[in-house]
Design a protein around this ligand. Structure first.
Ligand SMILES: [Zn+2]
Length: 305
């Protein structure tokens, strides 16, 4: 992440976008500004004299001739897609609250479905990376959720539905602030620990429905509050968590028309990223671009593993 954030967040309509990024050069320069906020200095010899090779996203030092990639360490590294396409994709994703499908994006940018799919999944990966820096604290609701259609052939809690933990950080007035959702393999105390440790600050007050798996929360450094009510009929019982789970399901079904279990986590990451910035819609483009410019590159293999 850049230490000094000098880029200001602006409202971005299509016209503003076009005048700010009319071509590949402006996109390369934007990346350079993030990586070298004080201007380019050759990492090898320290010289400030250099030339820009736009087509390859490089700076070449005029003193020692060393070439420095401006996309290295960003989501855009080693991609055959021009930066201008990436920037457009980020704009369209940022402007569409309901999320963007690969089919839509492939038509808008006149690129193949596979390429559009890959771009969107990389953007989701940058969203997840960005959100991983933040922890929930204070009062946190924690519950389990099931995604996917119930399997009619089986009884009870079907194994074909994806299980997930959902945590919502609340304000002192019990309003939701931020959320985190993670698919889990098993619902046990070990997965509770694996979910909470990196996502919820120690000392937080964690509110659950009192299911046995949550008993160990005290041992992991949290204040555990089991809200015991009259089951699902009690509307106050983890009210926000239930509301956000149903919003997440609507988001996934509305845009992606199904619950592909393999990529469900990425769709949930996008849902959380958007939810966590729901009051910052005007800044979405700049924030998302920064997220992609500061997230480590990820390969097709890593995405589809
Ligand atoms: Zn040099």
């Amino acid at each position: 992440m850049p230490k000094k954030q000098q880029l200001s967040y602006q409202k971005m309509g299509l016209l503003e976008f076009h005048s700010r990024f009319p071509g590949e050069r402006e996109c390369v320069r934007y990346l350079e500004q993030i990586r070298f906020p004080k201007g380019f200095i050759c990492p090898r010899c320290g010289s400030k004299a250099s030339g820009l090779i736009v087509s390859r996203g490089l700076r070449q030092c005029k003193t020692c001739r060393a070439q420095t990639s401006l996309t290295a360490g960003t989501m855009f590294h080693r991609t055959r897609t021009p930066l201008l396409h990436w920037f457009w994709a980020i704009l369209l994703v940022a402007k569409d609250k309901r999320g963007h499908s690969a089919l839509q994006l492939s038509k808008e940018l006149n690129i193949s479905y596979d390429r559009a799919w890959l771009i969107l999944h990389k953007i989701r990966s940058a969203m997840a990376h960005r959100d991983s820096f933040y922890r929930l604290d204070g009062i946190v609701e924690l519950d389990e959720a099931y995604f996917g259609a119930p399997d009619r052939k089986r009884r009870g809690r079907s194994t074909r539905r994806a299980k997930a933990f959902v945590a919502i950080g609340l304000t002192e007035n019990d309003r939701p602030r931020f959320c985190k959702i993670k698919i889990i393999k098993r619902l046990d105390s070990r997965s509770v620990k694996a979910f909470t440790t990196p996502r919820i600050a120690k000392g937080s007050q964690v509110r659950t429905d009192g299911l046995f798996v949550y008993r160990a929360l005290t041992k992991y450094g949290y204040l555990h509050e089991a809200v015991v009510g009259s089951g699902k009929d009690n509307k106050n019982l983890l009210h926000w968590t239930h509301l956000i789970i149903s919003n997440a399901k609507a988001f996934i079904l509305g845009t992606f028309h199904g619950l592909d279990k393999k990529h469900l986590q990425q769709y949930l990451d996008e849902f959380c990223y958007r939810f966590n910035r729901r009051y910052r819609e005007a800044e979405m483009f700049d924030r998302l671009l920064l997220a992609c410019a500061t997230a480590p590159p990820i390969t097709y293999d890593e995405l589809t593993r």
